[in-house]
Design a protein around this ligand. Structure first.
Ligand SMILES: [Zn+2]
Length: 230
């Protein structure tokens, strides 16, 4: 039996369960070193034990003494229950509550893991979208550059077309001028030809006249000769 300052009865049940493996809760009305009672309880370190309140399964609310730690060493497994075991119905209820708590806790952990997984997926998707965006921007930059090159080539081609048209117009003008000159030369040649034809025709008339004159003169000379001979 352990006696306390508040005079509560206590159980000296020594559990095989180590105090270091029992979860506890802080109760300012009870917790502290167990050195203010009628007898001092020591742990396996030989140090003054501490008072704890269990907060774990069917032991929830049971007070016990355990190791407070000694000279920086890990707590030993000393455990001395102050309160006796709870009634079976209370233990079952506590076990049920902790089971429900465990299920709820596991559910929240699962939800948290799901949310974390979703966040990672979302992060991956966002990262992928960033990569796609960067690729799209690079492609757009290439398209703009290619378009600039195409526009420059188009401008160059248009200038070439303008130059070719100007050259063609100039050639047409030269051809027209040359054609006019040839036409003038042909007209002039035709006039000269017509003049020559006219002169030839006149000469033919003159030659005809001369031939007639020659025949006439010959006939006259013949008559004169005949007259002289008579
Ligand atoms: Zn100890």
């Amino acid at each position: 039996m352990v006696s306390w300052g508040d005079g509560e009865d206590s159980s000296s049940e020594q559990s095989s369960l180590g105090a270091d493996s029992v979860n506890t809760t802080y109760d300012s009305d009870f917790c502290g070193l167990a050195d203010d009672g009628g007898s001092t309880v020591t742990c396996k370190h030989g140090a003054v034990a501490a008072r704890f309140v269990a907060f774990d399964g069917c032991w929830t609310g049971r007070r016990f003494l355990g190791c407070a730690g000694h000279d920086g060493e890990p707590a030993c497994d000393f455990l001395l229950w102050v309160d006796g075991e709870w009634p079976p119905a209370l233990r079952k209820s506590l076990a049920k509550l902790w089971d429900l708590y465990g299920q709820e806790k596991q559910g929240r952990v699962n939800d948290a893991l799901d949310n974390m997984e979703k966040r990672f997926k979302l992060k991956d998707e966002i990262e992928k979208m960033h990569i796609d965006l960067r690729n799209s921007q690079e492609e757009m930059k290439k398209i703009v550059e290619e378009k600039q090159v195409i526009l420059a080539l188009k401008a160059q081609a248009e200038q070439g077309l303008i130059d070719a048209r100007a050259e063609l117009e100039q050639k047409k003008a030269l051809d027209a001028s040359s054609s006019n000159m040839h036409k003038c030369m042909r007209i002039k040649a035709e006039k000269e030809r017509d003049q020559l034809k006219e002169e030839k025709r006149k000469l033919e008339y003159i030659i005809g006249d001369l031939f007639k004159l020659k025949e006439s003169t010959r006939a006259k000379l013949k008559k004169i000769k005949e007259m002289c001979e008579e």
